[in-house]
Design a binder for this molecule. Structure first.
Ligand SMILES: C[S@@+](CC[C@H](N)C(=O)[O-])C[C@H]1O[C@@H](n2cnc3c(N)ncnc32)[C@H](O)[C@@H]1O
Length: 312
């Protein structure tokens, strides 16, 4: 059992064994968990590496920070938990005096705790203010977006991040119904706009996912962060990234491809003048997905994809 002080932990980390195995295979000593959540991957890294290994765990969410601190207490000084974005990871490493790390894990998306905390507004299962920020003290909430964006901007978010084929229809309905302040209000508007469907999932699912991605600027954050995280890796250090959305996976695949290629000149150039040289080797030709066992025991693992690369 994943235990936090005797109680069942609120979030079951996906692709756990695979991630920990990749990151602890080489005498790794210093780890960075970019998305601590309930600290499941962090705990696994510290348990399955050498007794003097150390880890820094980051999360934007103060509740996740509390949970991780509790869970990692038994490791004493070996674990430091910091409330920060993974975008600021290089700064955090510098502040604690680390000149690099041997293993990095990023487990993207939303945690079960966040979905289950009614007042966070991530889920339409509960009536709550429409918030959806990983760090509710900063930036614009989902209510801010639905009440201020124009129809085309809203439709684009729903189409791009939610792959919602009724994006225009929903955006129009939102504009007509706003101001919208709660999850139930938004879910109702979406359901009415979509109308009767044969699909099993709630028609509001895709719109909620799309808004969460937009509110937290998730794709831009990954695009910016991954190259700078690779820079913080020591030679033979490894980075393991778990994604849940095809757009996230595409970004990771492209960054890994680019960083594992020597010359980035267009094919028509006969002589290379870009000066680029590969910084990583990709260890997962295809992304790793959940086994049948994990799929049975943890439905969240259904869309999870793990990619791993090693610093040259
Ligand atoms: C899927 S959960 C991670 C679960 C974790 N691996 C575990 O074992 O419990 C993703 C976490 O990433 C955090 N997060 C999202 N964007 C972040 C960012 N830019 N910087 C740091 N943490 C972020 C979320 O708040 C959430 O707690």
């Amino acid at each position: 059992m994943n235990a936090v002080h005797g109680q069942e932990a609120p979030h079951r980390p996906v692709l756990y064994q695979e991630t920990i195995q990749y990151l602890t295979a080489k005498q790794a000593k210093r780890f960075l968990d970019c998305t601590a959540g309930a600290g499941g991957h962090s705990e696994g890294l510290l348990l399955q590496s050498s007794p003097d290994s150390e880890l820094i765990a980051l999360d934007l969410d103060s509740h996740a920070i509390q949970l991780s601190q509790e869970r990692l207490k038994p490791f004493g000084n070996r674990a430091k938990v910091v409330q920060a974005s993974y975008l600021d990871a290089p700064k955090v490493l510098q502040e604690v005096g680390w000149d690099g790390v041997d293993g990095i894990v990023m487990d993207l998306g939303v945690s079960s705790m966040q979905l289950d905390q009614a007042d966070r507004g991530f889920s339409f299962r509960y009536d709550a203010p429409l918030d959806m920020r990983f760090d509710p003290s900063k930036g614009q909430s989902a209510a801010d977006l639905v009440n201020t964006l124009n129809e085309a901007e809203l439709a684009n978010i729903l189409w791009e991040y939610g792959e919602e084929k009724f994006s225009r229809r929903i955006a129009r309905a939102i504009l007509k119904a706003r101001p919208l302040y709660t999850t139930f209000q938004l879910a109702e508007v979406v359901r009415k706009a979509v109308g009767k469907t044969r699909e099993q999932q709630d028609p509001a699912t895709r719109s909620f996912q799309a808004l969460r991605i937009a509110v937290n600027d998730e794709l831009e954050s990954i695009t910016q962060a991954v190259p700078s995280l690779i820079e913080t890796l020591k030679t033979q250090g490894r980075i393991a990234i778990i994604s849940f959305h095809s757009l996230e996976d595409r970004i990771i695949k492209n960054v890994f491809r680019q960083e594992s290629t020597d010359c980035l000149c267009p094919p028509e150039k006969l002589i290379c003048d870009c000066g680029h040289s590969a910084t990583i080797k990709v260890l997962t030709k295809r992304p790793i997905t959940a086994t049948e066992d994990e799929l049975q025991s943890n439905p969240r693992s259904r869309s999870a994809k793990l990619r791993v690369a090693e610093k040259l």
